[in-house]
Design a protein around this ligand. Structure first.
Ligand SMILES: *[C@@H]1O[C@H](CO)[C@@H](O)[C@H](O)[C@H]1NC(C)=O
Ligand SMILES: *[C@@H]1O[C@H](CO)[C@@H](O)[C@H](O)[C@H]1NC(C)=O
Ligand SMILES: *[C@@H]1O[C@H](CO)[C@@H](O)[C@H](O)[C@H]1NC(C)=O
Ligand SMILES: *[C@@H]1O[C@H](CO)[C@@H](O)[C@H](O)[C@H]1NC(C)=O
Length: 559
């Protein structure tokens, strides 16, 4: 009897696995026999379908047709990879369930307006021994594509619903899969849109996570997106005297800011660490020269006036504050919103992405032009966000989350995509709403870091910014197999491990040592530590002791 049943079951399982568009069932997982479509189909409620289940033993996983996240992880521990779909709301989520599980869950955030499951960051996460989960946010789309938000369901999925529904169901599936073992701790890690999603989820349901690592959160969607359009407008038309249409000009400005402001923070190290000193003392007139001698490095007075608007907060003609200005030392990243991706490109950033939020997200229609922008778009964006989409994570009182969870938030001082001043505004507003929040919420500014992981100096990696934040590990070798901080997988250097220690053992985090690497070969396959420096819980900052090696973290103190 048994000998007859086993092959029959085997065939059945293989059949399901095959038809779920995955590689055939490769063997009995060590922890659970449940890594099959059949198992999951049997435990999900109606309206949910299991799209694929695969027991991954090769270290690699990929999903065909994923437009938002086309890079896939490698070096994976053996695990069960599963894709679940909510057929009603039309969103999907993926999970990596490791064979050897430490009873923790790590939810992974998304980026920008991308649609797809972020398997790469899930792969970095699963190396901590946790189960990981990420949603596709309800659509499939690549970089620069803002054509997808055609219905309110699609917008709301991206705003929060896909993530919330995915975590709620995902938690149940995880516990069943591991034979009813409870999830001991639930964590979150995301940067940019991922940072927004994490804050939003905490605001919507303070019981969802025990700890969240929030990078450069694009929390203020309703104001952020009109601000991007405003930036574009300040720079238009392209043939105006004040328009900045050459990346060379931005590089020139960046270099001048570095030259003048790097020494102001007491240490000439290629990093502008005091934005306030720079803001007070920077002499922009140094970049003006006779344009006829060099158009890509000499600035006209009109162009200087344009960037001065961009450095300033966006205030409407009625005097209403909308968004914080771009930060000094972030100039190399300004091209994201100011330069055309390519001339005549359908995804031309300046003419298209900047207007696309209004066209699709705000439903103004495809014929709406950025040149029609005026301050009323801000009011309308706010009204729509409040009334229906609710993408903005703009609640400052985090309520009962304080009693159960911890937040570590970080932002790069050289971030021009989500200006760090606006990240600081979130933190300051929370303090204003709740009083001192040190007991559960700490914020770390990262000098020299751009958006999430970039840095503008000539060598991208030797600014110390690696702290195990979302997406950072994939920036250095072993790239797709990366996780944590290479060589420093401990709570002193990895913000996620520091967060776990805070949540689980009550050790509050007052500093995190950030690491900067050098590539040691031209192919970028190996790195060596260049320098390490503590990041300090805001409003404190790291100061050099004047004696030790500048590149050693021990020569710095949070003061
Ligand atoms: C599917 O999504 C809808 C819309 O968000 C939600 O009401 C429903 O609860 C979800 N189903 C499950 C089983 O999560
Ligand atoms: C203009 O200035 C840039 C930056 O200093 C330099 O690389 C380039 O060679 C200059 N071009 C001319 C025509 O002098
Ligand atoms: C401002 O822009 C909106 C949206 O394009 C448009 O409907 C409105 O007429 C404009 N208002 C003025 C005063 O131009
Ligand atoms: C890293 O690169 C910098 C210049 O970018 C150089 O000064 C430094 O010596 C390098 N450090 C190591 C350890 O290779």
């Amino acid at each position: 009897m048994v000998s007859l049943l086993v092959p029959a079951l085997w065939v059945l399982l293989s059949f399901f696995a095959y038809h779920a568009n995955s590689t055939p069932y490769a063997g009995r997982p060590r922890q659970s026999a449940g890594c099959t479509v059949n198992y999951f189909q049997g435990i999900v409620p109606s309206g949910i379908s299991i799209q694929s289940v695969q027991h991954v033993t090769t270290g690699s996983f990929s999903e065909r047709g994923n437009l938002g996240y086309p890079t896939f992880p490698s070096g994976l521990p053996s695990l069960c990879a599963i894709i679940v779909k909510n057929d009603t709301a039309n969103y999907r989520f993926g999970m990596f369930l490791p064979d050897t599980w430490n009873s923790k869950l790590l939810v992974i955030g998304s980026y920008a307006f991308l649609g797809g499951i972020n398997w790469l960051d899930m792969g970095a996460g699963v190396q901590y021994g946790v189960a990981t989960l990420a949603t596709d946010t309800g659509h499939n789309s690549g970089a620069g594509d803002m054509t997808w938000p055609t219905t309110n369901q699609l917008r709301v999925n991206w705003a929060y619903q896909a993530l919330e529904g995915s975590i709620t169901l995902g938690k149940k599936l995880i516990q069943s899969y591991y034979n009813d073992r409870q999830i001991a701790y639930s964590y979150y890690s995301g940067c940019s849109t991922g940072g927004r999603q994490g804050l939003k989820q905490i605001q919507r349901d303070p019981d969802m996570f025990d700890g969240a690592l929030i990078g450069a959160p694009a929390w203020d969607t309703k104001n952020l997106m009109p601000w991007i359009s405003r930036l574009a407008m300040w720079n238009l038309p392209e043939d105006a005297d004040g328009s900045i249409s050459d990346q060379g000009l931005l590089s020139r400005l960046q270099a001048e800011v570095l030259k003048q402001c790097d020494p102001l923070d007491g240490m000439q190290d290629g990093i502008v660490s005091s934005l306030s000193a720079c803001r007070e003392q920077f002499d922009i007139s140094q970049i003006s020269c006779d344009v006829s001698t060099n158009k890509t490095s000499c600035w006209t007075q009109a162009q200087i006036e344009t960037v001065q608007k961009m450095y300033s907060d966006y205030i409407t003609e009625d005097g209403e504050f909308v968004y914080k200005g771009l930060d000094y030392s972030s100039e190399a990243e300004w091209g994201t919103f100011l330069m055309p991706a390519a001339l005549n490109d359908a995804n031309n950033v300046r003419r298209n992405f900047d207007a696309q939020y209004e066209r699709t997200f705000m439903n103004y229609g495809s014929r709406w032009q950025i040149t029609s922008y005026n301050d009323s778009v801000v009011d309308d964006s706010r009204a729509r966000d409040k009334k229906s989409v609710q993408a903005s994570a703009d609640q400052f009182d985090l309520g009962s989350f304080r009693d159960k969870g911890k937040i570590i938030m970080y932002g790069g001082l050289a971030d021009a995509t989500v200006p760090v001043q606006h990240t600081t505004l979130y933190y300051d507003s929370t303090v204003e709403a709740m009083g001192n929040v040190d007991d559960f919420f700490r914020y770390f500014q990262i000098p020299g870091m751009g958006h999430c992981w970039t840095s503008p100096t000539s060598s991208k990696y030797n600014v110390p910014w690696m702290i195990g934040g979302a997406g950072q590990a994939a920036q250095v070798p072993p790239y797709t197999a990366g996780s944590s901080v290479p060589g420093f997988k401990d709570k002193e250097h990895d913000a996620l491990l520091a967060l776990m220690d805070w949540v689980e053992n009550g050790n509050a985090v007052s500093q995190i040592i950030a690491t900067g690497f050098n590539f040691t070969d031209s192919t970028g396959q190996s790195v060596r530590v260049h320098r390490q420096r503590p990041l300090c819980a805001y409003p404190r900052a790291a100061t050099y002791d004047g004696q030790g090696l500048q590149n050693d973290a021990s020569s710095w103190q949070c003061t």
